[in-house]
Design a binder for this molecule. Structure first.
Ligand code: 5GP
Ligand code: ZN
Length: 117
């Protein structure tokens, strides 16, 4: 398990390392994926270090509200709200989670296959 002090997404949220930040709220921030898999590929994360969905609870309602507020607004500003887009959260090894800081992939701008590979 990644420690907070080693967490790349905590460093991005704290602006200790650079990324292309798209928008933010009080408790959440959105930035472009460094290795995009779609024309629009943005990661939306809590500013606080929360590893996975299982770590969410009644005390994280504001954070999740901020995350989905960002997703809605960015889908509009990126021009994909009408054509459609994916919101993906990989959890654990079999889903391919690489970074142990909760993040939602907002992906769009191309046709998506279903089911994912
Ligand atoms: P996961 O596989 O954990 O769901 O997705 C992690 C995502 O984070 C990947 O799409 C990867 O390209 C992205 N990523 C990893 N390190 C960095 C980084 O330092 N900066 C940015 N902007 N994205 C990163
Ligand atoms: Zn973190």
């Amino acid at each position: 398990m990644t420690q907070v002090e080693d967490c790349i997404f905590c460093k991005i949220a704290n602006r200790e390392i650079g990324s292309e930040i798209v928008d933010e709220r009080e408790t959440a921030i959105a930035f472009r994926d460094v290795n995009p898999k779609a024309p629009v590929h943005i990661l939306v994360i809590p500013k606080k270090h929360i590893p996975q969905i299982k770590d969410l609870g009644p005390d994280t309602c504001e954070i999740m509200g901020d995350i989905f507020s960002l997703i809605n607004d960015i889908a509009i500003s990126e021009g994909i709200s009408q054509t459609g887009y994916r919101v993906i959260c990989n959890i654990g090894e079999e889903a391919g989670q690489e970074v142990d800081h909760l993040h939602f992939h907002l992906m769009g701008g191309r046709f998506m296959m279903w089911p994912p590979g």
